[in-house]
Write a protein that binds this ligand. Structure first.
Ligand code: TLP
Length: 352
């Protein structure tokens, strides 16, 4: 078994998520060499360098290193609101759908859901959800956006759509948070810089542990005042880390060496989508595969059964609904792996 989980001819191709990547030897070397200190006391030089680098990349005043994307989003939510406030969020957004009820449990906010198309909604959706200031209603404070959108199939928000949503939110005095766990993929796909996307938002959460391939870590960025408030909630949520420089070093390595290659993951996802779209019983829109995520429907066969058969054949994917399957490409999946996976998908989907 080598570092990427490969066992020679019997390598398992893990397409469950881009979170499954293992640190490369060069990343491990950077981690081993990291200068560290106690970060709760503000003494870790590598964490500080990562925070400064991330803030600069996203065009914001300050950044805060976080143990996970979930904590980064939920600390942002807590820092923007008070218990009893309402937020506007798309129905499939990770912060609402996949974060274990944290908006209710931790920030104590009400989620008012917007129905987007592939995760993308409009200013009119915001306006329609707003209610007058009245003692009966929870005050609406925040609009949340996800880019790329996970359950939307890795969709990239067009800048015009972001601008329209942000203008509408501002007109109504609302703050804006971006879950940019895969913002790097949005930029790699569109060619537009991350700071352009970030410019519409008061806060942005980015992850180093997804497409970028670091083992752990996210960052929340925003104004100096916002990040100072977020630092208090990070401590309250148990996210104050001590010698976190070893993790920050992996994230810095990932930022320097793994951003430019994301286009390879996107090309691999598109290639796999093209192969899958041809198979019997598969419903998949190839032209909707914009980044490293692809979803497809299998209306004639239960997804769980196909996932089990694919696993037996050596390909891991996730069933995310009774007849829908999600596939992700990433750093540990080569073009050759994609060709092998396509062959195994064909074998499983054409057998009875
Ligand atoms: N997403 C994971 C699962 O939790 C579903 C995955 O495999 O895709 N925002 C977005 C858009 C995400 O996709 C994720 C993780 C997170 C936040 C949370 O990040 P972590 O796992 O670091 O808490």
């Amino acid at each position: 078994m080598n570092e990427t989980g490969s066992c020679g001819a019997n390598k398992v191709i893990d397409l469950r998520s881009d979170t499954v990547t293992r640190p490369t030897p060069a990343m491990r070397a950077a981690m081993a060499a990291a200068e560290v200190g106690d970060d709760v006391m503000g003494d870790d030089p590598t964490v500080r360098l990562l925070e400064e680098t991330t803030a600069a990349l996203l065009g914001k005043e300050a950044a805060l290193f976080m143990p996970s994307g979930t904590m980064s989003n939920q600390v942002a939510l807590r820092a923007h609101t008070e218990p009893g406030d309402e937020i506007l969020i798309e129905a499939g957004a990770h912060m609402y759908y996949y974060e274990a009820g944290a908006p209710a449990a931790l920030a104590g906010v009400m989620c008012r859901l917007l129905n987007g198309h592939r995760g993308i909604f409009t200013g009119a959706d915001i306006t329609a959800a707003l209610r007058p200031a009245d003692v009966h209603f929870s005050p609406t404070r925040l609009v949340c956006v996800e880019n790329t959108h996970n359950r939307g199939g890795g969709s990239v928000w067009p800048v015009a759509a972001l601008s329209e949503v942000a203008n509408t939110a501002r007109q109504h005095g609302l703050k804006l948070h971006l879950d940019g766990a895969r913002l790097w993929n949005a930029s790699a796909s569109s060619g537009l810089p991350e700071h352009l996307y970030a410019s519409f938002f008061d806060s942005v959460s980015v992850c180093f542990s997804k497409g970028l391939g670091a083992p752990v870590g996210s960052a929340l960025v925003g104004s100096r005042a916002f990040i100072a408030r977020a630092r208090r909630f990070r401590k309250q949520y148990g996210g104050g880390l001590r010698q976190a420089g070893v993790l920050a070093a992996a994230a810095l390595h990932a930022l320097q060496h793994h951003r430019d290659r994301l286009v390879e993951d996107h090309a691999n996802a598109r290639l796999l989508a093209t192969e899958l779209a041809d198979l019997p019983g598969v419903e998949l829109q190839v032209n909707e595969v914009e980044t490293n995520i692809l979803w497809f429907r299998t209306p004639t066969r239960p997804a769980a059964e196909l996932v089990a058969r694919l696993k037996a054949a050596g390909v891991l994917v996730l069933a995310l609904g009774p007849d829908s399957i999600r596939v992700l490409t990433h750093l540990d999946v080569s073009r050759e792996d994609v060709a092998t996976a396509a062959r195994l998908f064909r074998q499983v989907l054409t057998s009875s």
